[in-house]
Design a protein around this ligand. Structure first.
Ligand code: ACO
Ligand code: ZN
Length: 162
């Protein structure tokens, strides 16, 4: 699936952070501090991605490479690609933007040596769970009351390969 011609998928730059914060504030209840966005951008520039539509940020993917144990199989210490947050402004949904962001991020996680990718998602977030399943993630774990408001979360995981 390709994205509309007037949308550009690219790595984020410092001047995009205001636009990323705007998209996040319009779409998700989980917000982060400016210094958090800046630190992820500095430390993980390959997996902090945006969609630029006529000079405006309409979608983002914030990813971070971490070390931790694999959830499935033997508990091996591995490099993991954490999808911290992904979101698309409502008026730009169902155009393949999140899919394009995820595919570029997965490619970058793999090139940076990650063996798996993982994320947390609200158990009620059907749209997001659907897109993750479509991209090869499976539910690895359910965490009771993971979110501040008491909702359960799923940890979803995907094994990476070429
Ligand atoms: N209902 C059911 N399936 C959906 C939906 C939906 N609302 N949205 C996407 N999908 C599935 C479909 O299979 C879709 O393919 P199709 O359009 O051919 O049917 C496929 O995912 C691909 O969709 P995209 O167009 O690539 O996804 P989009 O750009 O619309 O973004 C997203 C999806 C990111 C979940 C968007 O709805 C959004 O921003 N939601 C609010 C923020 C959010 O919940 N983010 C995820 C939180 S969890 C985390 O960040 C780790
Ligand atoms: Zn997370």
């Amino acid at each position: 699936m390709s994205i509309p011609q007037d949308c550009i998928l690219r790595k984020a730059r410092e001047e995009d952070i205001d636009g990323v914060i705007y998209v996040n504030s319009e779409t998700l209840p989980e917000h982060y501090t400016l210094s958090f966005y800046n630190s992820v951008l500095t430390t993980n520039p390959d997996t902090f991605l945006v969609i630029d539509y006529n000079g405006r940020i309409v979608a983002y993917h914030m990813g971070r490479i971490e070390y931790g144990f694999s959830l499935k199989g033997r508990p091996l210490f591995i490099k993991k690609g954490h999808v911290i947050s992904i979101a698309v402004l409502e008026e730009h949904r169902r155009k393949g933007l999140a899919t394009a962001l995820m595919q570029m991020a997965l490619d970058q996680f793999w090139k940076n040596g990650c063996e798996i990718s993982f994320l947390e998602v609200r158990a009620s977030n059907e749209a997001a769970i659907n897109i993750y399943k479509k991209n090869g993630y499976y539910i690895a774990e359910r965490i009771r009351r993971y979110y501040n408001d008491g909702e359960d979360g799923y940890v979803m995981e995907k094994k990476l390969s070429k």
